[in-house]
Design a protein around this ligand. Structure first.
Ligand code: ADP
Ligand code: MG
Length: 202
């Protein structure tokens, strides 16, 4: 499980998160709602160890996010793809980083319906295609914990509808930040809403 304890983060005078606490039990899907600027991205980055909290902590199975990073997947607003490598080369690189063979990368690419673009350079992809490849990149190591930031934005209707089937799997603990209330509610086991960096109790 993931335990978020009194998490606060400031950027200079801006309080992006203030005293946020919640648990995500193993195997559940938590959806984080909140308007622009409410702290969703800051929360997810802190939860995967990309951003140091000003105070408070995140524990995954009682350990720091960095200690379990091989079992974590993260899909942020950025694609994390090398523009001048092909899609297949990008995924092979990430597979190597995670000590996986290329089969997982091929499978992940097929799952997002992008196998036909395997030999395309990443910079030639449309925004939505790039997002789909980034989903493959974030899931090719079959992470036990998957955190995704605004996964529906920039996707066409069919891709957005197919996305939960790719992100969620039995036994995986998933955190999704989105302002898409309908899609979020449809997949959430738990919901937390951020308002100016504070968690709103429902
Ligand atoms: P959300 O993802 O919900 O839109 P963010 O976590 O991106 O919210 O931002 C929360 C607040 O922190 C906003 O007021 C934003 O302007 C501020 N913020 C985010 N990142 C930075 C940064 N690197 N430097 C300064 N302020 C930031
Ligand atoms: Mg954001």
């Amino acid at each position: 499980m993931i335990a978020v304890r009194k998490l606060s983060r400031r950027y200079g005078a801006t309080r992006a998160l203030t005293g946020v606490s919640f648990d995500v039990p193993a195997g559940e899907t938590m959806v984080v709602f909140g308007p622009n600027g409410s702290g969703k991205t800051t929360l997810l980055k802190a939860m995967v160890g990309l951003l140091r909290p000003t105070s408070g902590e995140v524990l995954i199975e009682g350990k720091t996010p960095r200690a379990v990073r091989g079992r974590l997947g993260y899909l942020g607003n950025e694609l994390y793809l090398y523009p001048h490598l092909t899609v297949a080369e990008n995924l092979a690189l990430f597979a190597r980083l995670y000590d996986r063979d290329a089969a997982g990368a091929t499978r992940a690419l097929e799952a997002v319906g992008m196998a036909h673009k395997a030999e395309s350079l990443a910079h030639t992809l449309s925004r939505g295609e790039g997002r789909r490849v980034a989903v493959a990149r974030a899931t090719l190591h079959d992470p036990d914990y998957l955190l995704v930031d605004e996964p529906f934005s920039g996707l066409d209707e069919a891709s957005a509808t197919a996305l939960p089937g790719i992100l969620l799997r039995e036994g995986r603990t998933v955190v999704i930040a989105t302002h898409d209330v309908d899609r979020g509610k449809a997949i959430a086991d738990r919901i937390i809403t951020l308002e100016r960096g504070r968690a709103q109790v429902p």
